[in-house]
Unconditional design. Structure first.
Length: 260
């Protein structure tokens, strides 16, 4: 690392540095989201045209520097054959606040969920006795943890976006140590997979061929179980999924305007 300047951010007055790193000095945290090849290619073209004028953000951790914002820029630069990268060095305590970053491309539900799962595993490894609910500032919304367990452990092709709205109404942070919370998340993930199997069965029964319509089945099942304009659901997690599952079984073509 070659330090260029020291300064403070204008809001929290945190000490920051501007530095040039050898590109191989910067590592990727294990909980970073997966690379989008399309976004990386777009950034390569932009960098070739404009230069590299937006620094990445790195944090020191366990003797290394990790990129917490700008992973795609870093990889685009690497693919272009650059040997150095311009970076802002932020305090180490921001290392685990990675879900606050991702300013290049807002992550979708699946990406958020995979990151939440990987971050959960990082905390689990570091401090298994930490209460999950005490980490709410890192995760923001608990449903992404549950969906992450589905995607990373049970069903990689799970249609996460179809279920995010429902889970936002029924999932909660757990008042349990992470070692126990992990098992509960696995149980919730399995219950969600079973609901999706019910949706798939109804999709086959209706004879549809557009997979996006599975999302409509989920929406109609939730409406049948809880009403058209439901904003909150008081039932606990498993009870709610069972009610939606039963509603799904009872759906017919008439619920979709006779659509075929």
């Amino acid at each position: 690392m070659r330090e260029l300047a020291q300064f403070e951010d204008p809001v929290k007055r945190q000490p920051l540095k501007l530095a040039i790193f050898e590109i191989d000095e910067v590592a990727v945290p294990p909980f970073q989201r997966d690379i989008s090849e399309g976004l990386k290619k777009h950034l390569e073209l932009a960098i070739e045209k404009l230069g590299f004028i937006t620094p990445i953000i790195v944090c020191p951790h366990n003797g290394r520097y990790y990129v917490v914002d700008g992973q795609h820029r870093l990889e685009a630069l690497r693919d272009l054959g650059a040997r150095e990268v311009l970076a802002v060095v932020a305090p180490e305590e921001l290392y685990l606040n990675i879900l606050e970053f991702n300013t290049e491309k807002p992550p979708n539900v699946k990406e958020k969920s995979k990151q939440a799962y990987r971050l959960f595993q990082e905390f689990l490894q570091e401090s298994p006795e930490t209460i999950e609910a005490d980490l709410f500032t890192y995760f923001k919304e608990p449903q992404f943890i549950t969906i992450g367990f589905v995607l990373e452990e049970l069903e990689p092709r799970f249609p996460a976006s179809f279920y995010e709205s429902l889970l936002a109404k029924i999932d909660r942070f757990l008042e349990e140590p992470l070692s126990e919370a992990a098992e509960e998340r696995r149980r919730r993930a399995q219950a969600l997979v079973e609901l999706n199997q019910e949706v798939n069965a109804k999709y086959a029964e209706l004879g549809w061929t557009n997979a996006l319509l599975k999302g409509e089945i989920v929406r109609k099942a939730v409406q049948r179980a809880y009403g058209v304009r439901v904003r909150t659901i008081e039932d606990e997690f498993y009870e709610a999924l069972e009610r939606v599952k039963e509603a799904c079984r009872n759906l017919g073509p008439e619920d979709f305007g006779g659509m075929e």
